[in-house]
Ligand binder design. Structure first.
Ligand SMILES: NC(=O)c1ccc[n+]([C@@H]2O[C@H](COP(=O)([O-])OP(=O)(O)OC[C@H]3O[C@@H](n4cnc5c(N)ncnc54)[C@H](OP(=O)(O)O)[C@@H]3O)[C@@H](O)[C@H]2O)c1
Length: 324
């Protein structure tokens, strides 16, 4: 099978494409013929060995895929050969075939094609669980989304609107903000255009109820300051490359709540909220209210370019690899 390979840890350009033997299916597993895979910021970090979870090289990168089941292992009765599915793995998705545990895949709704199905998993689930279970976002609330043009950010814009919130999108370009607006954001703040703290104060004089932060760096503190009394701040990631240190007096003065979301821990420890959220999100997907925005596509042979595109913050919504 054709496959991307990270032969040793390094920048996106370290990733090559090679022919590898098809992976074997074990008990409880399925092999999926991958038709499309999506590129996430953590894929870049895993290749660079800078992610929380370390994967020894060589390995096939890629964590999100969609395709068709082509083999099932012993004991698998939840899916059958020929079923359309999408799913997530830590690594292995940037290839013509991937083997995963049967519990890691979900049937693809008929109305959704493989390119959109593969782009749905990590970003939308992260955004939805952060908004719904962690921040407890309510209809009519004001939500600030940082990195609003990125995969998680744009999903958060779309899903906050689906939850009935009003969204202020913060991004680095008018192009990204225009896409956030098309997803339902009503206030748009270009943080490159001036001081973010005063722009947010002007946009939200009474303060925001919720901040969704997948960016970190210099954006976090002004966004935290933009909360109203008792507001909630969800830490999702540090795409800016810098973990911010915020003065805790800001939290004390406004009774703010700063909360974290980490995908694996949430799935492990928050079973009830996870099951409820996953069902709600799948219903939104099937209803066309959670369709990911695909900003760029690359063939499998150009996996390194796709990773570089994401690493440099150019992605608007999701970046997809067309595998077949
Ligand atoms: N906690 C979890 O379980 C979880 C799950 C998924 C993702 N994440 C994390 O969430 C973050 C965002 O993921 P994503 O998939 O949304 O990534 P993405 O699509 O690449 O978007 C990241 C956004 O961050 C901003 N950014 C600021 N400085 C940047 C820089 N130096 N390089 C790249 N982007 C920069 C960019 O927005 P502007 O150009 O508008 O500033 C960009 O749109 C990542 O750190 C990822 O690891 C965490």
């Amino acid at each position: 099978m054709r496959s991307a390979v990270c032969p040793e840890h390094g920048p996106p350009e370290a990733v090559v494409v090679a022919d590898l033997p098809a992976p074997e299916v074990g008990a409880g597993q399925v092999r999926v013929a991958v038709r499309a895979a999506s590129v996430n910021f953590p894929d870049v970090l895993i290749c660079a060995n800078e992610y929380q979870i370390k994967v020894p090289a060589p390995f096939v990168p890629g964590s999100e895929f969609a395709g068709v089941v082509e083999a099932v292992g012993e004991g698998v009765d939840t899916v059958a050969v020929g079923d359309r599915v999408f799913g997530t793995v830590m690594v292995g998705a940037f290839a013509e075939q991937v083997v995963v545990g049967a519990s890691s895949i979900t049937p693809t709704p008929d109305a959704i094609d493989d390119r959109h199905a593969c782009a749905f998993g990590v970003a939308h689930r992260t955004a939805y669980h952060s908004l719904r279970a962690v921040a407890d976002t309510q209809p009519g609330e004001e939500v600030i989304v940082l990195g609003a043009g990125g995969g998680v950010g744009l999903a958060a814009v779309q899903l906050a609107v689906a939850l009935g919130a009003t969204v202020t999108a913060v991004a680095s370009s008018d192009e990204k903000l225009a896409v956030a607006q098309s997803m339902g954001a009503t206030r748009l703040v270009n943080h490159k255009a001036g001081d973010l703290r005063s722009a947010l104060k002007q946009a939200l004089p009474k303060g925001a109820d919720v901040v969704i932060d997948p960016v970190g760096g210099a954006l976090s503190e002004p966004a935290l300051r933009a909360l109203r009394y008792g507001g909630r701040f969800v830490v999702i990631g540090f795409a800016a490359g810098e973990i911010p240190r915020v003065p805790l007096n800001l939290v004390l003065l406004k009774g703010s709540r700063i909360m974290g979301f980490e995908f694996g821990s949430f799935m492990r420890y928050e079973t009830e909220a996870m099951v409820r959220g996953e069902a709600e999100l799948l219903a939104l997907l099937a209803a066309g209210k959670a369709t990911p925005h695909i900003g760029a596509s690359f063939p499998l042979d150009q996996t390194a370019s796709a990773l570089r595109y994401v690493a440099d913050g150019h992605a608007i919504g999701k970046v997809v690899l067309d595998i077949t």
